[in-house]
Design a protein around this ligand. Structure first.
Ligand SMILES: [Zn+2]
Length: 191
């Protein structure tokens, strides 16, 4: 007999958000909802972007090149969409400047477009403080947990450790569940 319930089980990693990159033909406009971005070395491997898990990293062992990417949660009030924005180190520099000036990225309104609208054109980002009421912005997710969902890691064994290029650095380890459990405790203590 199935055990039916009206409750939808929660994903222990929290809720998922779609990931978006800078479009080619249009300009993306959004407002950052997280306090700071997180960054991570990633590989494009087997058709997907995956986190680099060096020193034990299959793509690295395969000779795959890694690229640092920044991730931040963003909100578009026009379509009420909350999503993760991914950009490169160079693209992320205006966010770094904004953070230095305001000590937070939450409420940073930005436009992102590609140079000459070219498919691989360099991403240009312009940041301005928004007049949008911060209280109306959605609550920021725990970025590491959202990235665990996006990267299909079984549990949120992704966490911020140290810094890279002065940004908090995500560390992903798909193997170490025991560490994840300890780190989950760390999260609840700091929450
Ligand atoms: Zn790697």
């Amino acid at each position: 007999m199935p055990n039916w319930s009206h409750d939808i089980p929660d994903d222990p990693r929290g809720y998922g958000l779609p990931i978006m990159r800078c479009p080619t033909q249009t300009t993306m406009e959004a407002i950052v909802t997280c306090e700071n971005l997180v960054g991570c070395d990633t590989h494009f491997w087997a058709g997907h972007t995956v986190p680099c898990t060096k020193p034990d990293c299959d793509p690295c062992s395969d000779g795959s090149r890694w690229t640092w990417h920044a991730y931040l949660s963003c909100y578009n009030p026009k379509n009420d969409e909350h999503f993760i924005f991914e950009c490169t180190q160079r693209g992320a520099m205006p966010f770094k400047e904004f953070f230095k000036a305001h000590m937070t990225l939450r409420g940073c309104q930005f436009q992102a477009y590609r140079w000459k609208r070219a498919k691989n054109g360099r991403v240009q980002i312009k940041c301005t403080p928004t007049g949008f009421n911060h209280n109306l912005l959605p609550k920021a997710p725990i970025l590491e947990n959202v990235m665990a969902i996006i990267w299909k890691l079984p549990m949120p064994n992704v966490w911020v450790r140290g810094a890279e290029h002065e940004h908090p650095r995500i560390h992903a380890d798909p193997e170490t569940e025991a560490q994840h459990l300890n780190l989950k405790d760390d999260h609840s203590e700091t929450a």
